[in-house]
Write a protein that binds this ligand. Structure first.
Ligand code: TYD
Length: 213
């Protein structure tokens, strides 16, 4: 698989923990860019790609309780490679701006740091999957785990419960993981303060995007 050829579009990714408002904001960014006449593709892994969907089903299947963390990381990388090859790279070759909800940094933060596999190890397998096709810009939606989980629960109409709080340490590790990843590659990232009301989060993200285009 030649993953690095024919690239002339712009590849931009959005990252963040749970309840950061990524999906709401990314949908608005997509609409705004289209209105401005930008040829844009909005996608997210596994992105409707049959092979990647099937890999994702294996990862998420609740019956697979025995799945090893390394297997999980490899499967995420495999699904990512397929989504890239089948959808992202062709769009970039056509000169599109590709906005992707989560990419390699999710694996670095979740599998590499929060699950403890090591950011370097997870980076290596992902580089094998994606070649040198890295985003030119990544917007990191930064939210405290408490705020993010409260938002998720508010949208489900219930309070934060004991189980959510037990999971808090994991979400803190995810956030810490993203900080470590950003320190390794500071030029690629713009941090968006996702504690703000959603409209302001959107305005900050739009501004960051327009500044780079
Ligand atoms: P997703 O379906 O993208 O949901 P959202 O972006 O709305 O949170 O991701 C589902 C979960 O999978 C989310 O908790 C993050 C996790 N994830 C990983 O652990 N590693 C990865 O490489 C990716 C892409 C996601």
């Amino acid at each position: 698989m030649e993953v690095a050829t024919g690239k002339k579009g712009r590849f931009i990714t959005i990252e963040g923990g749970e309840g950061a408002g990524k999906s709401t904001v990314i949908a608005k960014l997509y609409e705004e860019l289209k209105t401005r006449g930008v040829d844009v593709l909005l996608t997210r892994e596994p992105g409707g790609i049959d092979i990647a969907e099937k890999i994702r089903e294996i990862i998420l299947n609740p019956a697979h309780t025995q799945m090893d963390e390394r297997t999980e990381a490899l499967l995420y990388a495999a699904a990512r490679g397929q989504h890239l090859a089948e959808k992202v790279l062709p769009a970039l070759a056509e000169g599109k701006l590709v906005l992707c909800d989560r990419f390699i940094d999710s694996s670095l933060a979740y599998q590499g740091h929060a699950r403890g596999l090591g950011i370097d190890a997870v980076y290596q397998i992902n580089r094998f999957a994606v070649g040198d096709c890295m985003p030119e810009l990544t917007l990191f939606f930064d939210v405290q785990p408490e705020t993010g989980l409260a938002r998720i629960n508010a949208s489900r109409g219930r309070e934060v419960n004991r189980l959510d709080l037990e999971g808090m340490r994991f979400h803190e590790l995810v956030r810490e993981g993203y900080q470590l990843v950003m320190e390794r590659d500071p030029e690629r990232f713009v941090v968006i303060d996702a504690e703000q009301p959603m409209e302001q989060v959107y305005q900050s993200a739009l501004q960051a995007l327009l500044d780079r285009l």
